[in-house]
Ligand binder design. Structure first.
Ligand SMILES: Nc1ncnc2c1ncn2[C@@H]1O[C@H](COP(=O)(O)OP(=O)(O)OP(=O)(O)O)[C@@H](O)[C@H]1O
Ligand SMILES: [Mg+2]
Length: 584
């Protein structure tokens, strides 16, 4: 056949135009496969309630540990009448909200028209109750998502049973009941993580007015982790930088001692991200370092509270119009590249010592948009410049001012006020960091390490692992695991020295003896969960213990690539030991 473009003199008659059809599968692609993170799914529903003008939104998980597990979310927003349901709820990827920026004084958070498919991501059946404001009829629609998976079914082939309900005019809002859940919400960790994510959905110092989210959980959950506004006031240093016009950075820096410094810096290249604000709060978790830096003691209560809050909330979060864009600032999402940079300069903060917020808005930063999969924002030049702004604020401004404030410690030369500020600040990008996704790690603490030193060791292990140096990673893991076992025995049996120290040879017991002693003492920890952890550890440590010795002693014994590390279950072993240590 000739190229169609060459077929000039053929007779042509219009026929029925072809149209795209959409397979029912699309629901799953936009639901479970896009909004795969269960917390993100819940947050999407919360954002919808906010957009619908709700003053209250409730998530109810109280039945998740029963046979008829159900999640329900309800709000007192505008609800939808039949036409709204048809034109808005039932129309996928409609850009309705992006055309209209506001509902009352609220800037719409939604824009893509797919967030409600979180309901598909969370469970197999969803029942929607919609009570439109000012009307006396409400609606109930049942979605059985499996029907969309039938072979050859198209999205609009599926009937979703719909009924109308008489209601009081004054009742309004939306309620979703989700059954046949796809995730296990029964574990305390899952509930705590969700509550932490809900707690930080808005900036702690700018709570959203007239919108309260409450959560009902199983009674076993005692206290939800909270970040209070006062926490920010307890930072040893705080920095606020404001980028305007792409090249002017105004900053305010203050220390807990009341010292303040303000100024302007211009950047040596224009940043394209649009105006943005960055806030950084830096803490010393160790009372010793706090005292060294600040010159006074920190109260035990403050110190404990700071560590606890950082445990749940540390990192730099991204906020658009005061709503968080995940996963930036999640544990292990080092999107600013702080943890590696901190190895090179002691004035650079690590993620676990800070709470930070980057503020952008739809109107000022229109080119920074979310990916459809809700896994972050699209990695455009504008977003890279936003990263560069934050890096410049930290590696340039924060590090300079901190070293000036701590000059007694760093012997940094005192700068003459303003002298340096005249030269444009170099937009630093010391660590190119693209992905908000967690890197592939070999060790990841599941509790608290006994000493700060372990964090550095963990970083080194993970860097070796990431750069494919499996033997180096392996030996460092041995150092970590051996020391953790030693620390556990020493903490629990501080007076029973023989368990961890060879008094005759005047050295610590060797690795295999430490493991044996830990196992032998498992019932003497007095807590059934510790006994279970130790038994699990003992079952899993075998291959690691054996090869840690042979690989250390024989030059011809080595790991050829990092995949081989998999069999040693190192992440598990470290997490079990950290849990044991935490529980003593
Ligand atoms: N709780 C609610 N109350 C009233 N209407 C709602 C509610 N949740 C969703 N809707 C309607 O359904 C539409 C679709 O919601 P969906 O979350 O899928 O898209 P969106 O919010 O417009 O964009 P995004 O995908 O960015 O969240 C919304 O635009 C809104 O009109
Ligand atoms: Mg939405």
């Amino acid at each position: 056949m000739r190229n169609p473009q060459d077929q000039k003199n053929l007779q042509e008659t219009s026929i029925e135009p072809l149209r795209f059809d959409v397979s029912g599968n699309l629901i799953r692609k936009f639901g479970r496969e896009s909004i795969s993170n269960k917390n993100v799914a819940i947050l999407e529903l919360i954002k919808n309630s906010y957009d619908a003008g709700a003053a209250k939104m409730e998530i109810d998980f109280s039945s998740v540990n029963t046979k008829d597990a159900l999640i329900s979310v309800s709000d007192n927003g505008d609800g939808m009448d039949y036409q709204d349901l048809k034109n808005k709820w039932m129309r996928i990827a409609s850009q309705f909200k992006s055309k209209k920026l506001k509902n009352g004084d609220r800037t719409f958070i939604g824009e893509k028209g797919i967030g409600r498919l979180s309901a598909e991501s969370l469970g197999k059946i969803a029942t929607l109750f919609s009570f439109p404001k000012g009307k006396d009829t409400g609606y109930k629609v049942i979605f059985d998502w499996n029907k969309y998976q039938d072979e050859n079914v198209l999205v609009n082939d599926v009937d979703n049973p719909t009924s109308q309900i008489k209601k009081k005019k004054s009742d309004h809002g939306l309620r979703l009941e989700i059954k046949d859940l796809n995730h296990d919400w029964n574990m305390q960790e899952a509930q705590i993580e969700l509550l932490a994510d809900v707690g930080i959905l808005n900036p702690p110092n700018k709570p959203v007015r007239d919108f309260k989210v409450s959560a009902k959980f199983t009674p076993s959950l005692m206290a939800a982790p909270k970040i209070k506004k006062e926490f920010l006031g307890k930072a040893v240093y705080s920095l606020k930088t404001r980028l305007t016009g792409g090249s002017l950075i105004r900053y305010e820096f203050s220390s807990i001692k009341g010292k303040k410094k303000e100024g302007n810096r211009t950047t040596d290249r224009k940043l394209k991200c649009g105006d943005a604000v960055f806030e950084l709060y830096f803490y010393y978790k160790s009372p010793k370092y706090f005292e060294q830096a600040v010159g006074k003691k920190i109260s035990a209560i403050d110190s404990k509270e700071i560590s606890k809050t950082l445990e749940h909330f540390s990192g730099i979060k991204l906020y658009r119009d005061n709503f968080r864009v995940k996963p930036y600032g999640d544990p292990k999402s080092d999107w600013i590249g702080l943890d590696i940079a901190a190895h090179n300069n002691s004035m650079y903060p690590r993620n676990d010592a800070i709470f930070g917020m980057v503020h952008i808005s739809k109107s000022k930063n229109p080119a920074i948009v979310d990916t459809t999969t809700r896994e972050g924002v699209i990695f455009t030049d504008e977003f890279q410049d936003l990263i560069a702004f934050v890096q410049t604020s930290i590696f340039g401004i924060f590090a300079d001012l901190r070293s000036e404030f701590e000059s007694h410690k760093t012997k940094a030369r005192k700068k003459k006020n303003g002298a340096k500020n005249k030269t444009p600040i170099h937009v630093v990008v010391p660590v190119p960091t693209a992905s908000p996704q967690p890197p592939d790690t070999l060790v990841e603490i599941g509790g608290k390490y006994p000493e700060n030193f372990y964090n550095q060791l963990q970083d080194e292990i993970n860097i070796c692992f990431e750069h494919n140096h499996p033997n180096a990673a392996f030996f460092l893991c041995r150092k970590m695991i051996e020391n953790l076992v030693f620390n556990i025995l020493e903490k629990k049996f501080s007076t029973h020295v023989d368990l961890w120290y060879d008094q005759k040879r005047k050295i610590r017991h060797k690795f295999s003896v430490l493991i044996q002693n830990l196992y032998a003492e498992r019932t003497n920890f007095g807590k059934p969960n510790i006994k279970t952890y130790i038994e699990k550890f003992n079952n899993e440590v075998g291959p690691f213990r054996k090869e840690a010795n042979t690989k250390a002693h024989y030059v011809f014994e080595y790991l050829a690539d990092k995949k081989e590390l998999g069999k040693f279950k190192i992440k598990d072993l470290v997490q079990l030991l950290a849990k044991i240590y935490d529980n003593i």
